[in-house]
Design a protein around this ligand. Structure first.
Ligand SMILES: Cc1cc2nc3c(=O)[nH]c(=O)nc-3n(C[C@H](O)[C@H](O)[C@H](O)COP(=O)(O)O)c2cc1C
Length: 308
């Protein structure tokens, strides 16, 4: 399946840098797009909400058609009371790609298409993929086991194969992708693009505390805990950051979905309890974003060559 027209000829690598709460700020997004991969950020990172207009003005001013396009992530959930405002601002700036999370975004899709944008929706299972496709999304992001943030539980092999049976459109795959060879593997499995989060926390441009970047570099997969405790939805977090907040990662009480909140009150969870995917074990430094993408490109090319 060819990529959507707005991605054709604009990418140096078939990859989208995933939106990350608090971490993804304009400096990171600009560096990602200049390096030739789609850069993205959650609209909720621009605080107060008036800052979103300023951020988008800056992205348009600093990026050109030679750079990759950028994406804005909208959390479609009742606790996000900014959705209407943020969509209006995205419409004003004709944001090229909207990434929707949580709910199948019926209300959002028409608005985005009206300004000429496309919608990618992230899902963790086939049922949610079906609902999103019925709603008319342009592409799907498959969030497999081991991803940072609100991850799924399915093997990427199982998830891509199931979704490919019902959808031949653009598919991005996420979960622990930190190396160029894995991007080629995602394509070999049937995905079109890799969707990469955690690798970019450990970069110079990421809006993350130095201690967070260091913890990413020092951790391995065994340090990642999958729990619904902090937001009401299962997500992957670094155990040492939980210990640092005086909690025992092995003895957190269960939480139910009614506690789910993606508004301002969840900031503390992400600010103090640090999210990361199982790919942390292969991240050993925090260089510039340009350096990370250059490495990914070299590894991707080497993997292709070695399989030839
Ligand atoms: C710290 C952190 C914050 C995240 N915040 C968001 C978010 O606000 N919205 C969203 O759709 N996904 C969010 N994610 C998930 C990522 O967009 C993406 O699915 C995930 O990072 C991919 O897996 P990887 O981290 O193993 O590469 C977050 C992930 C991390 C690690």
């Amino acid at each position: 399946m060819p990529l959507p027209a707005l991605l054709q000829g604009r990418l140096s690598l078939p990859a989208i840098a995933a939106p990350m709460f608090i971490v993804s700020h304009p400096d990171l997004v600009i560096a990602q797009c200049r390096a030739g991969i789609v850069g993205s950020f959650p609209a909720l990172n621009a605080r107060p909400k008036e800052a979103l207009d300023e951020w988008l003005t800056r992205l348009h001013a600093e990026l050109t058609d030679r750079d990759a396009p950028f994406a804005v992530n909208q959390i479609v959930h009742a606790s996000n009371d900014r959705l209407e405002h943020d969509l209006e601002v995205c419409a004003k700036h004709r944001v090229p790609i909207i990434i929707t999370s949580l709910r199948a975004p019926n209300a959002v899709i028409d608005a985005v298409h009206a300004w000429g944008g496309i919608v990618f929706h992230d899902v963790t299972n086939l049922r949610h993929a079906e609902k999103a496709l019925e709603a008319g999304v342009d592409g799907l992001i498959l969030v497999a086991a081991g991803a940072g943030g609100h991850a799924g539980t399915l093997s990427p092999f199982a998830l891509v194969a199931e979704v490919r049976r019902i959808f031949d459109g653009p598919l991005a795959l996420s979960g622990s992708i930190t190396q160029g060879g894995q991007i080629l593997a995602a394509q070999a499995m049937g995905a079109d693009l890799a969707y990469i989060g955690t690798r970019f926390i450990a970069t110079r441009e990421a809006n993350a505390a130095e201690g967070y970047k260091r913890m990413i570099v020092e951790s391995s997969a065994a340090d990642v805990l999958y729990t619904p405790f902090f937001t009401g939805v299962h997500g992957n977090y670094l155990k040492p950051s939980i210990v640092a907040q005086g909690l025992d990662p092995d003895a957190l009480p269960p939480r139910d979905k009614t506690a789910m909140n993606f508004g301002s009150t969840s900031v503390k969870a992400w600010r103090d309890i640090w999210g990361a995917g199982q790919g942390v074990g292969s991240i050993t430094d925090a260089p510039t974003t340009a350096e990370v993408v250059a490495r990914l490109r070299a590894e991707y090319a080497a993997a292709r060559e070695s399989l030839r």
